[in-house]
Design a protein around this ligand. Structure first.
Ligand code: ZN
Ligand code: ZN
Length: 374
């Protein structure tokens, strides 16, 4: 007979306070207002049933002795049928009876329900801006608080009146019966939709909404190192809610423009560097782009095609981690597609002098690994 104890995660010796505490903690996670999964609803019913039995010393004693079979009849007639599992309505009522409405536990939920809309905008930035961070001024079409009524929605010189249906609490309570006795069920007031006040004379500027259409500009700072599909959330920068309800958020979606100079691989950037035979053989100095300006790079004599050189710390910033990735330079040896007579003559000369190429070269991935590990 330990199932109920296990459901609440408590010991057989747990006292009433332990039971209440354990149930409250679990119920807060599984409550259907907070956790939408059907699995959570089933568990919520189970733990509520366990709680309802264990918190009652008489039921608990019968359960300890006879298990669920002991719960059906009255004391003294154990094993008599009639036990049933709590359904969702009963479970919600039990929770509300002992802990109040779910809303009151989290506070401000009523206002939160009327919160203004979130606004989404996209911002396109260059790879250079990914490297350095960026600032943008964004123009929004939004809803702002009505200045005429100060957001109350009531006509100038008047004030919203307390709702008579709910007395200003925004909630109505009704008695409900279940197998566990009489409970009070709480729901939003139908007259004032949970606001607690009603407007008798509407503000003309906002028609009682407490907010009006407006253009707004917002400064957005985009941190260095973002990637496509990252987004920023500016809390409270969305549309304001009706009648001074809290504002929504501004969500800034990031798009990164392609940069044909670089290939991006996470925080690393890859640059392709074509070399002619002679540059690869004789060595070469070249200027290459990085997001932080140009860099002079020396290619040593005898550089093979497919070699990967690394400019440490010249890649992109690591968002939230500090430091930067690397810039990887991938060499290609270019073979001329059409050559003139003079070039052909020189290649023939060269062919007589140059040695045989080695049979095997290390593959690309081996080289990349070596470059990154070095
Ligand atoms: Zn107004
Ligand atoms: Zn009301």
């Amino acid at each position: 007979m330990s199932e109920y104890y296990d459901l609440l995660g408590i010991a057989r010796e747990a006292n009433e306070a332990d039971i209440k505490k354990a149930y409250r903690k679990r119920a807060m996670e599984l409550h259907p207002d907070k956790n939408p999964s059907p699995d959570a609803e089933a568990k919520f019913k189970e733990i509520t049933e366990a709680y309802e039995v264990l918190k009652d010393p008489e039921k608990r004693a019968r359960y300890d002795r006879y298990g669920k079979a002991g719960l059906g009849g009255t004391a003294g007639s154990p094993g008599y049928g009639g036990f049933h599992h709590v359904d969702l309505a009963e479970a919600l009522n039990i929770f509300m009876r002992d802990f109040g409405g779910f809303e009151s536990l989290f506070g401000g939920q009523r206002a939160e329900a009327r919160r203004g809309q979130d606004i989404r905008v996209s911002v396109r930035i260059s790879l250079q801006e990914v490297a350095l961070g960026a600032k943008r001024t964004i123009k929004l079409k939004t809803l702002e608080r009505c200045d005429t009524c100060g957001g109350t929605g009531a006509r100038k010189g008047t004030r919203p009146a307390q709702c008579r249906t709910c007395g200003g609490s925004g909630e109505v309570r009704r008695a409900a019966r279940s197998m566990f006795g009489q409970f009070v069920s709480v729901s939003p007031c139908p007259t004032c939709a949970g606001e607690g006040v009603v407007i008798t004379e509407q503000c003309e500027a906002c028609r009682g909404e407490g907010r009006v259409r407006a253009d707004k500009t917002v400064q957005v700072e985009i941190p260095a190192g973002v990637t496509e599909n990252n987004y920023l959330t500016l809390r409270g920068s969305g549309a304001v809610g009706p009648r001074n309800a809290p504002p929504g958020d501004l969500l800034v979606m990031i798009e990164v423009k392609d940069d044909d100079r670089f290939e991006r691989d996470g925080d690393n950037l890859i640059v392709d560097l074509p070399l002619s035979f002679s540059q690869a053989a004789l060595g070469h100095a070249v200027t290459l782009p990085t997001p932080y300006g140009e860099e002079r790079v020396t290619i040593v004599p005898g550089t093979q095609g497919g070699t990967i050189l690394k400019l440490k710390g010249k890649g992109l910033p690591r968002l939230g981690q500090g430091g930067k990735g690397d810039l990887l330079i991938r060499t290609h040896v270019w073979t001329p597609e059409a050559i003139n007579e003079e070039q052909a003559r020189l290649f023939h000369e060269l062919a007589k002098l140059e040695g045989e190429p080695p049979k095997r070269q290390p593959g690309f991935w081996a080289k990349l690994k070596e470059a990154l590990g070095a």
